[in-house]
Design a protein around this ligand. Structure first.
Ligand code: GLV
Ligand code: MN
Ligand code: MN
Length: 422
């Protein structure tokens, strides 16, 4: 039960960089982490498979064989909604925290290991999905693995030609990792046998910390979208073109970045430019082309849609005034996902039985649960984030005691899990 944090530490050593923790989809470090997770799942008494996009899925069978497996589709129709799917992701952002995603895999493994140690089986099967790509840092994807689990090739095909910073395409990266881009449909599961999807995650914010609560139950997950913006002006000589005659793409982009910030504040959402690249950037050249990402989110779909519309309007107005062109391409969007009230209630009761005062709170961060919400009821258990609540940052931290409480609460939840009759 106590190995969650040491395992997270150990897993973070599988990093694309020797200097910090970055683990992106299908790199050698990512594959090493996958092998480690497979070993831990097997040790916990689970049958393990790796799906067509590299997610690791462990299954702990129910006490009765009536609990059907949700995977894979080819096994034919499954009628019994008796498998509870737990999971989160094991890719990371660049220079990220060791618990984001990983906690939602290791806490469930610790629970299953405890059941296995006691020789205990539950009326429902438990599956743990360690999703291979959620952050999407390598190919600017998002929720790739959980989307592939539901949609197969339809989720993957539009992305196949994307290239990473080294020019490697998705197809090539998959081939190098022993995966076949032509077989992504095999990642699809039969969702009819799912009773629920539950994700444990570090809160990634300061709310639980401020309230002095180790665990929280998520009420809903914010709506979000990502965009790639390309601004084209005219490259020129930095010494010769008078200021009034320039079409500087970076100066325009700078104004656009500030517009993202002010529009997000005005709309009650959040807006972030996380990557900004000057094409052929050189100290003595007026920037001709600039690309940047825009991440826009809101607590609900309406807020986010209003924010997107306002940002598009502002960016186009700035471009027109500065005589540059702007193209705004949507990379993805995902609807706000409410957590099922019955799962909130059961999680809250388990948090209470673990000796903690529960707290309900929304999630501003995105999670695989948003994708799973398209096919089943979802619930989320948040674990308090230390160090002021910082995340997507190497300072991200969780205490041993809080991780222990998360295992205790999740185990209690699994043992008492009772889906409503439908
Ligand atoms: C996932 O980390 C997100 O971007 O919310
Ligand atoms: Mn994250
Ligand atoms: Mn995460």
């Amino acid at each position: 039960m106590d190995d969650v944090l040491s395992r997270a530490e150990g897993l973070a050593r599988h990093s694309d960089s020797p200097d910090h923790y970055t683990r992106t989809w299908l790199t050698p470090a990512h594959q090493a982490a996958s092998r480690q997770l497979q070993a831990w799942m097997r040790e916990a008494g689970m049958a393990v498979r790796v799906d067509a996009v590299g997610s690791v899925i462990g299954r702990y069978a129910a006490s009765s064989p009536r609990a059907a497996s949700p995977a894979p589709m080819a096994r034919g129709p499954m009628q019994h909604e008796q498998t509870i799917l737990l999971g989160s992701h094991f890719d990371s952002v660049r220079n990220g925290g060791k618990y984001d995603g990983v906690l939602g895999i290791l806490v469930p493994i610790a629970c299953v290991a405890e059941l296995h140690r006691r020789g205990e089986r539950l009326p429902h099967a438990i599956e743990i999905a360690a999703f291979s790509d959620e952050e999407g840092a390598r190919f600017q994807t998002s929720f790739l693995a959980s989307r592939a689990m539901l949609k197969g090739a339809d989720a993957m095909n539009p992305l196949l030609e994307r290239r990473d910073a080294d020019g490697v395409s998705v197809v090539e990266a998959m081939r190098a990792a022993g995966l076949d881009a032509g077989r992504v449909d095999e990642a699809r599961i039969d969702t009819r046998s799912l009773a629920a999807y539950v994700e444990v995650h570090i809160e990634q914010g300061p709310v639980l910390l401020d309230a002095g609560r180790p665990l929280g139950v998520v009420t809903s997950i914010a709506s979000g979208s990502r965009h790639l913006v390309r601004v084209r002006g005219e490259a020129g000589h930095a010494g010769t073109v008078p200021m009034g005659m320039r079409r500087d793409a970076l100066a325009a982009a700078a104004e656009m970045v500030l517009a993202v910030e002010s529009q997000a504040k005005a709309a009650g959402g959040v807006g972030t430019v996380g990557i900004l690249t000057v094409a052929d950037g050189t100290g003595n050249v007026i920037p001709g082309t600039v690309e940047f990402t825009v991440d826009l989110r809101g607590p609900d779909d309406d807020t986010r849609e209003r924010l997107v519309a306002a940002v598009v309007r502002e960016l186009e107005a700035i471009a027109a005034r500065r005589k540059v062109s702007v193209e705004i391409g949507k990379r993805h969007d995902v609807k706000a996902a409410p957590c099922a009230p019955w799962l909130q209630d059961q999680l809250e009761a388990s948090v209470r039985r673990a000796g903690c005062d529960p707290m309900r709170l929304p999630s501003g961060a995105g999670h695989d649960a948003m994708i799973m919400a398209e096919v089943t009821d979802v619930g989320m258990l948040f674990v308090r984030c230390g160090a002021g609540g910082v995340s997507h940052n190497p300072a991200e931290t969780v205490s041993l005691e809080d991780a222990r409480l998360a295992v205790e609460a999740l185990l209690d939840f699994l043992r008492r899990f009772a889906p409503p009759h439908r």
